[in-house]
Design a protein around this ligand. Structure first.
Ligand code: HXC
Length: 276
């Protein structure tokens, strides 16, 4: 608990945007991994602020359902596109379908990821390679497939990474290596493409409640999330809206001089060491 005699209730996540709702009118978002969880919430927030979106993933049923939900919630068009980020020809096809439908791509979220807990000694070469291929090579291939269009619109990238590789996180060798690669790709993209008016940043989420990542990686025992929240300086678990709000900021003109950053959205957790 904070060492203070003055009671303080940490505010819950803001679900009301501080930005005008039309700031992205006429713009188009291409989001891998947008069918569920954090990336779906990022897409929803962007659509509330005016974008039309293509959400890309492997499971077309889930994508169709998500796109219908997102359109209903926001009044904006959302195109579900089936593609595995490990397959560059599928990504190029997804980009072509997005351009056919919307005519441009302004913003890209590289969010498709895979994870599970496994100690190095039990991690097969194929298991390690699979996560590298989804997270790191998938990000590289998404950049390759979209860059010429993002250049044209002087747009921006957000890569969804993690904080596992900020320290040695047990049972996470594959994802730590993969996300370190993602951060590096973003930094190089920022430097190479900055002069052409393209920005690239990383969001590294902390422990976000009710996500597949948390379900796969943390204990479901009673009281486990309260225990996690208690060691986070801001004293609560993350909400997908925390990541969504950071996304709107980083894509907006308010961040027009911000590129090559890795933004931890984690209630301060990475400064203290912890469960993630
Ligand atoms: C050890 C495992 C394993 C496990 C799979 N493998 N699960 N090894 N422990 N729990 C091994 C398999 O045995 C196989 O190796 C290899 O990994 C590939 O597995 P497949 O199932 O064939 O791969 P695939 O169907 O492509 O599935 C990819 C996946 C899967 C990553 C393994 O979990 C997936 O699709 N995940 C997507 C959803 C997801 O994970 N979301 C969470 C993202 S959270 P062998 O040697 O047997 O062939 C996230 C956040 C990170 O990324 C940061 C958190 C803070």
């Amino acid at each position: 608990m904070p060492p203070s005699s003055t009671p303080f209730t940490h505010p819950a996540v803001s679900s009301r945007s501080v930005f005008n709702m039309d700031i992205f009118n006429g713009k188009v978002l291409f989001c891998t991994g947008g069918g569920s969880g954090i990336c779906k919430a990022m897409t929803e927030a962007m659509m509330h602020h005016g974008v039309e979106a293509a959400i890309v993933g492997r499971n077309i049923e889930r994508l169709v359902q998500a796109s219908q939900e997102l359109s209903k919630l926001t009044g904006k068009a959302c195109l579900p596109v089936q593609a595995d980020v490990r397959k560059h020809e599928q990504l190029r096809d997804a980009v072509a379908k997005t351009l056919e439908k919307f005519g441009r791509i302004d913003f890209v979220i590289c969010g498709a990821a895979g994870n599970f807990l496994a100690p190095i000694e039990n991690l097969s070469e194929n298991a390690f390679r699979t996560v590298m291929e989804i997270d790191t090579i998938g990000t590289y291939q998404t950049i390759k497939a979209t860059l010429s269009h993002v250049r044209e619109s002087h747009g921006a990238y957000i890569h969804v990474s993690a904080m596992l590789h900020f320290r040695g996180t047990p049972y996470q060798a594959h994802v730590s290596a993969a996300k370190a690669g993602v951060d590096a790709l973003s930094n190089v993209l920022a430097v190479e493409e900055g002069p052409r008016g393209v920005r690239s940043n990383v969001i590294s989420p902390g422990p976000v409640a009710n996500t597949v990542g948390m379900d796969r990686l943390t204990s479901t025992a009673k009281g486990a999330s309260e225990a996690t929240a208690s060691i986070i300086p801001l004293q609560r678990m993350g909400h997908v809206m925390d990541i969504a709000n950071a996304t709107v900021f980083l894509f907006s003109d308010a961040a027009s001089w911000i590129t090559g950053q890795v933004l931890a959205v984690d209630g301060g957790e990475h400064h203290i060491g912890g469960p993630m």
